[in-house]
Every structure is written in structure tokens, then in C-alpha cells.
Design a protein around this ligand. Structure first.
Ligand SMILES: *Cc1c(COP(=O)(O)O)cnc(C)c1O
Length: 461
């Protein structure tokens, strides 16, 4: 299994290499050269298996010889042992033919743990073999940062540096990043929004002297291994509802397009998914792009679902690569246009995207109203991101079961949830003293040179 860049100009890599590399050197993202298809009988045989065994069978075809089977099974077991629900990803029915997939039972209470915990295990295992040391730099709209810190804190040969937009994450999200005491954890509060953080991160990857000098590695969803780990729960939940004998649809609260792109890969692997519905908050570039063909930013407006306050969704490039017939030069050209604000998706590419994806947006008022209405109708307390998706899913219900992804625990956003429904969701016991722990954070400007100097200084310690 080889991985190629969406811009066609970087060397093809193995799984292990793509995982340690992150962004391709031509600025593109790595994708598998071909996606392995699981025969219907193999999908049917997933019925009733544990999450861990499902993960092994779904991910194994993508790994080549990076790990032995026994080793990979051990890494998976370690990755999910810290989840506080035996099912790992339980399904809850909230209406006729409408199900919520709870993805917030990991250590940092958001779906990011599903990928970050296993990528942490895999990177450690790879580094133990090579003896290398690396600097992980991540940009976060709130949840990636805490999940990455949780996965890498205290490890000897890894520094983890997280850039988050100052003042634009929830207090729980911020404290999860600023209270760990391990010296290899560096939380940086940057001026600007998430798109700025992600742009500076990409700048660091595109500065090869810096990149090679600090042994930069990335755990944002530009990293293929992140996406792959998320493919698993699409299979796990669809099979629980009768796939491959019965098709399902998914609605996914979308920011950087990594989560829903994992659903797209599951569909290419043969899982019968009728539609993948992109749910956006008021930062609705993807919904507008899919409706009109015009992919154009109009600035990030802070919302009560901050992890989706994104206008430049990195992983959309992976979907465009396929929609443009895997033409790396065409992708490079539209990404270049994006630097000046936007581009028009070609008619052919748009048609191709619409075969798989549908979309909808949810306003701030609708988000709050959905939290209240879902609580009243079902007793389920949704986080604002999950509420965005439940609202959009409701507009796309049909004969096929709808699975809506619940991406975070409501206790990560207690103010928004309480304002919407009157209930203040409590943190689980292992985080109960979060508000009492001292914070450690460095304010940084939106400036590449300053960031690079700070990172060099920190990792020299
Ligand atoms: C990251 C995140 C999202 C968006 O996921 P993408 O993969 O970036 O599209 C949605 N909800 C929550 C709670 C998140 O943390």
C-alpha cells in the first residue's frame, strides 16, 4: 500500500512514512494510491465484534508491513483501554430511524481521542524502533489539542506543541491544554482564529530547514493516520444497524472535513452509505460550496460550536482530489486560487461531490433550540456541535437509517448547554478538579518567525 500526494509532486510513501511525515512536501495531503475494498462477507462478519477487533480488521489493509499483526493488536488494545464505555462508541436512538453515535467516551471527551490515542501508540512504537526524536506541532480549534496532549504527555522522545486561537476555545478546552504539568507539553495561545493557526502550521511544514531541523511531525487531520482511525466507527455503527444488508446515511458536524472524509473512505471500501451529510454552523463555507459551486471564505464568526469555527477545511482537498479525477495539477491550481479567497468548483467535480455528499447549516438559535428539544424528547443532552448535526440530519431523514455523529461531551461546553436547556452538565470524576489546577500557557503573535524561534528554544531545554 503506497500513499500519494493530492498535488502530485511529492514522493510516494509507505503508511509508516506518511504517518511520520504529515503534510506532503509539495503542500498536498497524502491519500492511499488505491482504497482496498472489503467484500460484503467480510463486512457482514464484523457484526457483534468488539470495537478493537473491528478496528484491526478495518485498518489492517492500509498498514502494509509497518507493524506485525500481533503488534498492531497490542497498540489498538492500549489505545482504547482508557475509554469509559465498554462499547467505546455506543449508538443511542433519538427518533424514528434516527440514531446518535456517541463518540465522546474517550479521555478528553471528544471524538478526537479515537484517532489520537491510536496514533500516539503507533508513533511511539515507530520511534522506539528508529530511536528518533520528534516535535509534534498541532493547530487546534479546541479538541485536537487536548486529545494530542493526552496521547503524548510525558513521553521521552516527543515534544508536543499546540497552537490554539486565543480567546476562542471554551474554558474546559483551554484548561485541558494548559493544566498538564509534563515538561514536554507546550500550549501556545495565538492571536487570530483557527484558520490562522492552521496556516502557520502549514508554513512550518513548508519551511524545510525548520521542518527537518526540529524533526517536525503533525497530528492534525492532514495526517492520514488520523483519518484512517476514524473510518472504523463508520463500519462499527453501520454494521450494528444491519449493514451491509441495509444501507445507512451519516450526518457529521464538520470543521476541517477530516471526520466526514473518513466516512467517504468507508464508502469507498464498500460500506453501503447512501449519503454523507455535511453539517456546518454559521461558518458555512462547505454548505455554500456544495449548493452553489463557489468555495469562498467570508471570515470566521465565533460560535457556540467553536470546534467547527473554520473556513479553510484542509481535508476538503482530499475530496477535491478524487472529484477532479485525481489530477494533482488541477488540485494545486485551485488551492493556489484559494490563497486569494476562493475558487469555483468545476461542474464535473461538483457533480461528483454531490453523488456522495449532501449538506446543511444550522444557526446559533437553531443550535440552542435543538439542544432543548432533544433533551425534552429523549433525555439526551447534546453538545452544541452534535446539536448542529442533529438539526441538519432532521432535514435529511428518509427511509434509510440516519446516524448522526455526537462529537463531544456536553460538559466541554457547559455554558452554551446550560443557556440552551437549563442543565449544567458535570465533568466526569477524572476531570472534576480541572477548574482548580494551575494553568501554564504562552501568548504568541500570529508570526511565523516568532513561533519558530520559540519552538526551537523550547525543545532545546
Ligand atoms: C474537531 C471537531 C469537529 C469537526 O471535525 P472535523 O474532522 O474537523 O471536520 C466537530 N465537533 C467537535 C466537537 C470537534 O472537536
Amino acid at each position: 500500500m503506497r500513499y500519494i500526494s493530492t498535488r502530485g509532486q511529492a514522493p510516494a510513501l509507505s503508511f509508516g512514512e506518511a504517518m511520520m511525515t504529515g503534510l506532503a512536501r509539495d503542500g498536498g495531503l497524502y491519500v492511499p494510491e488505491t482504497v482496498p475494498v472489503l467484500p460484503a462477507a467480510e463486512i457482514a462478519a464484523l457484526a457483534g465484534l468488539s470495537y478493537e477487533e473491528t478496528a484491526f480488521r478495518v485498518m489492517r489493509p492500509f498498514l502494509g508491513d509497518t507493524f506485525t499483526d500481533a503488534e498492531f493488536r497490542r497498540l489498538i488494545a492500549a489505545a482504547y483501554a482508557g475509554f469509559d464505555h465498554a462499547a467505546r462508541a455506543p449508538l443511542v436512538q433519538i427518533g424514528p430511524n434516527h440514531f446518535v453515535l456517541e463518540l465522546f467516551h474517550g479521555p478528553t471527551l471528544a471524538f478526537k481521542d479515537f484517532a489520537m490515542q491510536i496514533i500516539g501508540q503507533m508513533m511511539q512504537a515507530a520511534l522506539a524502533k528508529s530511536g528518533q526524536r520528534i516535535t509534534i506541532v498541532g493547530a487546534t480549534s479546541g479538541d485536537t489539542g487536548s486529545a494530542a496532549i493526552e496521547a503524548f504527555r510525558g513521553l521521552k522522545n516527543i515534544d508536543v506543541v499546540i497552537l490554539f486561537p486565543h480567546g476562542r476555545v471554551s474554558e474546559v478546552q483551554r484548561r485541558q491544554m494548559t493544566t498538564p504539568t509534563e515538561s514536554n507539553v507546550h500550549a501556545l495561545a495565538m492571536e487570530g482564529d483557527f484558520d490562522d493557526c492552521q496556516a502557520r502550521l502549514k508554513d512550518m511544514f513548508n519551511d524545510f530547514a525548520f521542518r527537518d531541523g526540529v524533526h517536525l511531525a503533525g497530528v492534525n487531520s492532514i495526517n492520514w493516520a488520523r483519518v484512517l482511525a476514524q473510518v472504523v466507527y463508520y463500519f462499527y455503527s453501520a454494521v450494528a444497524l444491519g449493514a451491509p444488508g441495509r444501507a445507512v446515511s451519516f450526518t457529521v458536524p464538520t470543521g476541517n472535513f477530516g471526520d466526514i472524509f473518513a466516512g467517504y473512505i468507508a464508502r469507498k471500501m464498500g460500506l453501503p452509505i447512501e449519503k454523507l451529510v455535511i453539517a456546518t454552523n454559521q461558518n458555512d463555507i462547505l454548505d455554500r460550496a456544495l449548493r452553489t459551486g463557489d468555495h469562498r471564505t467570508n471570515g470566521v464568526k465565533p460560535s457556540i460550536s467553536p470546534s467547527m469555527d473554520i473556513q479553510v477545511s484542509s481535508n476538503f482537498e482530499r475530496a477535491l482530489f478524487d472529484a477532479y479525477g485525481r489530477d494533482g495539477a488541477a488540485v494545486a491550481a485551485v488551492m493556489d486560487e484559494m490563497k486569494s479567497g476562493g475558487f469555483r468548483i468545476s461542474q464535473g467535480a461538483l457533480q461528483s461531490l454531490r453523488e456522495t455528499f449532501a449538506s446543511g447549516r444550522c444557526s446559533e438559535e437553531e443550535t440552542s433550540a435543538t439542544i432543548a428539544a432533544t433533551l425534552a424528547a429523549t433525555g439526551e443532552v447534546l453538545c452544541p456541535h452534535s446539536a448542529v448535526a442533529v438539526k441538519v440530519a432532521a432535514d435529511h431523514l428518509g427511509p434509510v437509517p440516519m446516524i448522526t455523529l455526537a462529537t463531544a461531551h456536553p460538559a466541554k461546553f457547559p455554558d452554551a448547554v446550560q443557556a440552551a436547556c437549563g442543565i449544567r452538565p458535570a465533568l466526569p470524576p477524572h476531570m472534576a478538579d480541572l477548574y482548580d489546577r494551575p494553568e501554564r500557557v504562552t501568548r504568541v503573535p500570529n508570526d511565523l518567525c516568532a513561533l519558530q524561534a520559540l519552538i526551537r528554544e523550547r525543545i532545546a531545554l
